[in-house]
Design a protein around this ligand. Structure first.
Ligand code: SF4
Ligand code: SF4
Ligand code: SF4
Ligand code: FES
Length: 351
């Protein structure tokens, strides 16, 4: 046992401990992305950087071990600036959108893609509950709105916009459907996307647009006029889910927000927007959102079920994939769930 200093506080440390674990014990918070307690260290994201003033060196706290005499700065200006650069580097090749165009332009900020997912899956009561939770009663904004969402709908670039406004107006007229809630369950604060970190894709190539069609539930029939839940559900199946399913639960986004980073949209590497979707488990993998933290690979390493995700290729072209001897559809449900839960971004999600 010996003493080190962290943010000018003297703390006990033992040989073999990491700076991160001693800091956590001392109540000093350090952000992480590729680290998870109980899983082998990997050191890839560098957002856990600290500075040892005694040796004048920057160290990744999740991996660097404590040494007697260390004087750690875990939250100074230089350290925060190094973390900011690390997150900016990750975002420089992160091609994905946190929020869909339809939601960004909606003056009320309604969560349109989520509503479409619920309707497409036949979850009508949940769809009503979502609409009610977003109502800033007594005003039903879609009735007087010019339909900015439909103008911005990405589906227009392929054929015709999703009938978002008609779907919502139909639901407003049926709020008592099957004994659903009679009045708003909670009033939400509408998001101001100018103030919230929002990752942007930049230019989307024509063949990439077709890739987005993979997220439509099936080649749904088109309904301009929505008259019942069946037509609402069918029309909703044409939504391409341009948002990120992790938008409320993404450590990368949270960190970018905390560090005041703005996404410039000009991506260095221009990773293609490819998607893999498992027909069995509904697991979706989006390569361009992956920060290669390796958590999904390591969490499955000591599990018996096969196959699981792994790295293929080397260096800049390394990527997460099913093993070369297996299909993406073969990844078992238990592995899929572990991976989705551990992924710090929306690279892995469920359909
Ligand atoms: S992974 Fe995170 S940062 Fe990227 S689009 Fe999804 S929510 Fe936004
Ligand atoms: S395709 Fe769906 S998520 Fe994309 S803009 Fe249109 S309604 Fe929104
Ligand atoms: S898929 Fe998610 S958990 Fe796996 S390496 Fe990429 S970001 Fe990390
Ligand atoms: S959390 Fe330390 S390098 Fe990623």
């Amino acid at each position: 046992m010996f003493k080190i200093r962290i943010n000018n506080i003297e703390v006990d440390a033992e040989a073999g401990e990491t700076i991160l674990s001693v800091s956590q014990r001392a109540g000093v918070s350090i952000p992480t992305l590729c680290h998870m307690d109980g899983i082998e260290h990997y050191t890839s994201c560098m957002v856990c950087m600290v500075r040892d003033k005694a040796s004048d060196s920057y160290l990744p706290s999740c991996t660097a071990l404590v040494r007697e005499g260390m004087d750690i700065d875990a939250s100074g200006e230089d350290v925060v600036s190094a973390r900011k650069k690390a997150v900016e580097l990750l975002l420089s090749e992160h091609r994905a959108e946190c929020e869909a165009p339809c939601r960004i332009v909606c003056p009320a900020g309604y969560d349109i893609p989520r509503l479409n997912r619920l309707l497409a899956a036949g979850e009508y009561i949940k769809a009503i509950e979502l609409v009610m939770s977003e109502l800033d009663a007594p005003e039903i904004r879609c009735l007087s709105c010019r339909g900015y969402c439909e103008n911005a709908c990405r589906r227009r670039k392929i054929d015709r916009q999703v009938s978002i406004r008609n779907i919502r107006i139909f639901i407003y007229h049926n709020l008592n459907y099957q004994g659903g809630p009679q009045k708003p369950v909670e009033l939400t604060e509408f998001p101001d996307f100018k103030k919230i970190f929002s990752s942007r894709t930049g230019r989307i190539e024509e063949e990439e647009l077709k890739e987005w069609l993979k997220e439509c539930r099936e080649a749904g029939k088109r309904f301009e006029s929505v008259t019942d839940f069946i037509s609402a559900g069918e029309e909703a199946k044409n939504c391409m889910h341009c948002d990120c399913r992790a938008s409320d639960n993404c450590r990368l986004r949270e960190l970018a927000q905390e560090l005041g980073i703005r996404d410039r949209g000009n991506k260095v590497a221009g990773l293609p927007l490819t998607k893999k979707i498992s027909q069995g488990t509904g697991l979706i993998f989006e390569h361009a959102k992956c920060i290669k933290c390796g958590l999904c690979v390591r969490i499955c390493e000591d599990k018996k079920e096969e196959p699981s995700l792994c790295f293929i290729n080397r260096g800049f072209v390394s990527l997460i994939s099913e093993p070369l001897t297996a299909e993406f559809d073969d990844i078992p449900a238990a592995q899929a769930e572990l991976c989705v839960n551990v992924c710090p971004t929306g690279a892995l999600s469920f359909f």
